[in-house]
Design a protein around this ligand. Structure first.
Ligand code: GLC
Length: 529
């Protein structure tokens, strides 16, 4: 915070994302659940994170594994019961952690009672809760809006003779956010969980929430080539980032602000200039519009330094940054950049200015799972085979120990457990002094204990000969971070001080100053004198 106001827990803390299907199964059905999460809180405590964000566990037909919600105020039996939720939140809070829920306001399941009602007739009171349109005179789609998961975004309803729009699967009809009743129904569901004590929400596809009221055609995308996802054949001109969206984000924020110390996080895939607008004109929007740009930027010192500069420069005064290197929709960082660079990524994520979010398994260097064609679960992959690699690889079960299925389940896991887990598991890594897990624990502990690292200024961001360097400073405390993002030994200049931590986890305590050799894919954290 630069404006001197009181710091909030979500600024100083580290967020940890759990994909509940894949974290810990407690009843042997092969799918993770809420009691499973509760039984693993000791791992989160030992890791040192502050808040847990859980991907959706609401009642759902699971067409999109819970991102198709059939009841905003319940728990799907596969994940447990409301009593299990109450027990989980009590345990989370008893350990001094915070709980953030995933909330899916853009669309419901096609099995949600609202949609079932909306489908009954054209004059049903809930008809206008969704986006219904007539066919074109020739019977064609109402316009050229596409689905993010491939194909046209419109599905025909025989009974009422109209199309409805869905940004994702046909089983995920989009709500009509122009309708005030819809807004109020969603806000009531948010209050249901806030009253239960949840500490915030991660809002799903926040930038897609509202669509053009006139249903104008999206503009053609001159860069699209056949073979790429059909979604990109047009630009999302009238289906994404509409000006009215930010008013809704403000309304959501007001709901949260009626409670103490809650956080609104937005899933927003937009270029930085558009992304930062979601903080709101007077910081009355999302406190943390997710910044996914480390995932999208080339893994090299120059582009990453440029990204940090651009982001910091664009942040409105007083806005708090955040950084992400993976989630349940993105290939795992350790597969994207390799195991050694994944350690450098950990140091980057945990020493940058801004709240880091860790995706489960990153702390043990989990890689993409190999999913055979007959094991594919992801509907996005099934809809457009071969076009994207699908999202199953980053959703494979957490690797806990060397018991069968890595300790994830006593049954048959819903996705295959990555092989070689005996060496990669939490239990194995906890016993290894220089493991990825040891590195994550140390980085998080350092971040927590040094105000310069969680609250300090970010200074001197530069890239030279493949080395990314920057400093963090608060009061008399000052650290320099040097990250070699190349596969060769590099020499860089550092200030006078001593090494606190290296990603290789050796040489700590050594005095440094002036030219310093940095191993290939090594990161150094130096305490300056
Ligand atoms: C978000 C979720 C993704 C889901 C989609 C539709 O992008 O992160 O997993 O498929 O929304 O709800």
């Amino acid at each position: 915070m630069t404006n001197g106001s009181k710091r909030q827990w979500w600024q100083d803390g580290v967020v940890y994302q759990i994909y509940p299907r894949s974290f810990q199964d407690s009843n042997g059905d092969g799918v993770g659940d809420l009691p499973g999460i509760e039984s693993r809180l000791d791992h989160l405590l030992a890791l040192g994170v502050d808040a847990v964000w859980i991907s959706p566990f609401y009642p759902s037909p699971m067409a999109d594994f819970g991102y198709d919600v059939a009841d905003y105020c319940g728990v799907d039996p596969i994940f447990g019961t409301i009593a299990d939720f109450d027990s989980l939140i009590a345990a989370v809070h008893a350990h001094g952690l915070k709980l953030i829920l995933d909330f899916v306001p853009n669309h419901t399941s096609d099995r949600h009672p609202w949609f079932l009602e909306s489908c009954t007739s054209r004059d049903n009171p809930k008809r206008d809760w969704y986006l219904w349109r007539d066919a074109k005179p020739d019977g064609g789609y109402p316009n050229n809006w596409m689905s993010n998961f491939g194909g046209p975004g419109w599905t025909w309803d025989e009974t009422t003779g109209q199309f409805y729009y869905h940004s994702f699967l046909r089983q995920q009809p989009d709500l009509n956010w122009h309708n005030p009743e819809v807004r109020n129904a969603i806000y009531a569901a948010m209050r249901f969980w806030l009253d239960k004590g949840v500490d915030g929400f991660r809002m799903d596809v926040l930038w897609l929430l509202i669509k053009d009221a006139a249903f104008r055609d999206n503009l053609p995308n001159p860069e699209w080539t056949p073979g790429a996802s059909s979604f990109w054949s047009v630009l999302p001109t009238y289906t994404a980032d509409q000006p009215e969206t930010r008013q809704i984000v403000r309304e959501m924020r007001q709901i949260l602000d009626a409670y103490a110390e809650r956080v609104l996080i937005g899933e927003i895939y937009l270029p930085l200039p558009e992304l930062v607008r979601y903080y709101g004109d007077s910081l009355d929007g999302a406190q943390m519009p997710f910044n996914f740009h480390l995932i999208q930027t080339e893994w090299a010192a120059g582009p990453i330094a440029a990204l940090i500069h651009e982001y910091e420069a664009l942040l409105p005064p007083g806005a708090w940054p955040n950084w992400v290197i993976g989630n349940h929709d993105q290939p795992r960082i350790a597969s994207r950049i390799g195991p050694a660079e994944a350690r450098v990524a950990a140091m980057l994520l945990l020493t940058l200015r801004g709240t880091p979010t860790i995706y489960y398994g990153e702390e043990i260097g989990m890689t993409n799972g190999n999913i055979a064609p007959d094991q594919v679960q992801d509907p996005a992959e099934k809809n457009q085979p071969g076009i994207s690699m699908g999202r199953d690889p980053e959703r494979t079960p957490m690797l806990w120990d060397n018991s069968p299925h890595a300790g994830f389940t006593a049954g048959a896991p819903w996705l295959p457990v990555n092989p070689a887990y005996e060496r990669a598991s939490v239990a194995a890594q906890a016993a290894q002094e220089r493991s990825m897990l040891a590195l994550y624990r140390r980085l998080i502990a350092l971040r927590r204990s040094h105000p310069a690292l969680h609250a300090g200024e970010l200074l001197d961001v530069r890239a030279k000969r493949g080395v990314l360097s920057y400093s963090r400073a608060l009061g008399s405390e000052r650290f320099q971070i040097l990250l070699n993002l190349t596969t060769e030994l590099q020499t860089a200049n550092c200030g006078h001080g001593h090494i606190v931590l290296t990603t290789i986890m050796d040489g700590e305590g050594a005095r440094v100053g002036g030219p310093i050799a940095i191993e290939a894919s090594e990161g150094l954290l130096i305490a300056l004198d």
